[in-house]
Design a protein around this ligand. Structure first.
Ligand SMILES: [Zn+2]
Length: 197
């Protein structure tokens, strides 16, 4: 199944629900510009939540390689697009991952896939950060892993709750990253040429 193009069961029901929602919001779902909107939104929402039907652990276990390398591996500036579970509005930004292998490495693109799968679920940024860390820790069993996410939340910006353009940063780590020195090495490598969102 290709979750990009094959839509899941319940698509028609979802579209009908969005038609009701339009009406409840005071719109006329029969006017020309909105005729196809309920189905478009239903498809978009199935794509934005496709991560429920994908297994991030399998992505990593399918791509494990034995390797003696035991220095820090960093994948930075991974795009994150997710929906906050409180308002179902987007939050987006960058995810940075570092790990120190313990005999096994994975393809760098697989780390980005894990981020993609967890972010295509309803999330809070804190849990998203932790889930990515746990998934890498459980599958690669590295000496340690650290995940940092910097994101802007549309639920804060569009509703005017917080200063516009504020960025929320979350981090989580395990193993050797419990050492302040190791965390500082990662953070200084990140600061190097990391772009702002
Ligand atoms: Zn929110």
């Amino acid at each position: 199944m290709n979750p990009e193009t094959d839509f899941r069961d319940g698509l028609d029901k979802l579209a009908a629900d969005y038609k009701d929602i339009l009406q409840t919001l005071g719109e006329d779902p029969e006017r020309e510009g909105l005729l196809k909107t309920p189905m478009r939104v239903a498809k978009a929402m199935q794509i934005l939540t496709r991560g429920y039907f994908q297994d991030p652990h399998k992505v990593l276990t399918d791509a494990l390689f034995e390797e003696k390398y035991d220095q820090m591996v960093i994948v930075k500036d991974i795009d994150v697009f997710s929906l906050c579970e409180h308002h179902m509005l987007p939050f987006y930004g960058k995810c940075h991952v570092a790990y120190i292998p313990n005999g096994k490495i994975t393809g760098l693109s697989k780390i980005a896939r894990v981020v993609d799968i967890y972010s295509h679920r309803l999330q809070v940024q804190e849990r998203l950060t932790q889930q990515i860390k746990d998934c890498i820790q459980d599958t690669l069993k590295p000496q340690g892993v650290m995940v940092v996410i910097e994101a802007k939340h549309m639920c804060m910006q569009m509703r005017g709750v917080e200063k516009q353009n504020s960025i929320t940063t979350t981090s989580d780590y395990s193993g050797v990253f419990n050492s302040l020195n190791t965390r500082m090495e990662f953070m200084s490598l990140l600061r190097g040429e990391s772009k702002r969102i």
